[in-house]
Design a protein around this ligand. Structure first.
Ligand code: SF4
Length: 383
């Protein structure tokens, strides 16, 4: 396919595809799927070899959020029967983190529900970061605490946070459809504050919320313009008790096409397969390793993932290797400077709108299990 040859050439040169090319990846047929995976896999191997970075989530504070993000089981008014607890003590968070590190995780992601942290919360998280770093040499710590206020990013950086996560989630045009309590620009501003404070920015998306192909391409280009170091790609976990509980729009094939598109647009950025991989990729998960260079190990914030040991076995069986702490994730050129993505993205043309197929009525509630173990419980974590 000319399209795929062009995209591989561009990916190997770190050149931004056009929006039409990105849309064309999403429009490929199932007959072309393995060719798409193979092409994006060449780009992945060029910049990240066969390495897979493992990340481990610790939910510091679960549920009872005043914001109304419709995809989220912790949102205002959520009826999802998730674990609800307030801030974990630094030692308890550190123990949870240590389980992930023992399982092979290189980065620990400390997440808290809520609109954003108070200054007292930042103090609390700073203590947790210190405890984790003291007890787990070489571990990277990413904080994910919501919208940041002035000065908080600098304080987290000073406390030892290596990275800050705040996802854009969906396109600017559709942001108001999924959340009314904050807007797209608030999210962009927090990512920029984290970057300005010297933290590695992590920002990604959620696919499967009823968005069009054009929306998906828009959010990926918006991310590329922000130039984060890592881009988590979540597939909506349709939690019972949330407004998006009936959004079962994704097939494994579509999920793979989305990951391939993200890889072509972000060739040398850490692309992380995040929440929903078990639910939507199912037995096709190993193919996704040819596209992403990073995954979460074990459980998610409020839902259970497959067993950590199964993650490790999947990586080995697929011919990949877990990235060690002695290896730097990003290619050399990205450690030194930005790559001009913002200019290229701004110069790119608008693409015609396309839409995803109508949602299927078939739901797979059996695939979504609320997390009942690990942080905030007396049961050992899955790592
Ligand atoms: S995504 Fe974050 S801010 Fe939004 S409802 Fe969930 S916990 Fe709250």
């Amino acid at each position: 396919m000319d399209l795929l040859n062009t995209l591989v050439d561009k990916g190997l040169r770190r050149e931004l595809p056009t929006r039409e090319e990105a849309l064309a990846v999403l429009a490929t047929s199932d007959d072309e799927l393995l060719d798409v995976v193979a092409a994006a896999g060449k780009v992945r191997r060029q910049w990240f070899g066969r390495r897979v970075k493992l990340n481990y989530l610790v939910n510091l504070k679960s549920g009872l959020c005043p914001e109304d993000c419709s995809y989220c089981s912790q949102r205002l008014g959520s009826k999802a029967e998730i674990l609800k607890y307030t801030w974990l003590k630094p030692d308890d968070a550190s123990k949870a983190a240590a389980a992930g590190v023992a399982g092979g995780a290189k980065r620990v992601c400390l997440v808290a529900s809520g609109r954003g942290p108070t200054d007292k919360d930042v103090d609390r998280v700073s203590e947790t970061i210190s405890a984790i770093k003291e007890q787990n040499e070489g571990v990277e710590v990413c904080a994910c605490l919501g919208l940041l206020s002035d000065g908080q990013a600098g304080r987290l950086r000073a406390a030892g946070a290596d990275a800050y996560n705040h996802n854009l989630n969906t396109s600017e045009a559709t942001y108001g459809d999924i959340c009314t309590t904050h807007d797209f620009s608030d999210r962009v501003s927090t990512v920029q504050q984290a970057q300005a404070a010297g933290m590695s920015a992590c920002s990604g998306l959620i696919a499967g919320m009823g968005e069009s192909d054009a929306d998906l391409v828009d959010v990926v280009y918006a991310l590329r313009e922000l130039d984060p170091d890592s881009v988590p790609v979540n597939f909506l976990i349709p939690f019972e008790g949330t407004p998006l509980a009936k959004e079962w729009n994704l097939t494994p094939q579509r999920a793979l096409r989305i990951l391939a598109m993200v890889r072509f647009v972000c060739p040398d950025i850490e692309v992380r397969l995040a929440g929903g991989r078990e639910v939507h990729l199912r037995s096709m998960q190993p193919l996704a390793l040819h596209l992403v260079n990073s995954i979460f190990l074990g459980d998610y914030l409020t839902s259970e993932g497959q067993a950590g040991q199964d993650d490790l076995a999947m990586i080995e069986d697929a011919g990949f290797e877990v990235e060690g702490t002695d290896t730097t994730t990003l290619p050399e050129h990205r450690r030194q400077c930005g790559d001009g993505a913002a200019d290229e993205a701004a110069a790119d043309a608008e693409a015609p709108a396309t839409t995803v197929p109508a949602p299927s009525d078939e739901t797979r509630r059996d695939l979504v299990s609320v997390r009942r173990r690990g942080a905030g419980t007396d049961l050992p974590p899955n790592a």
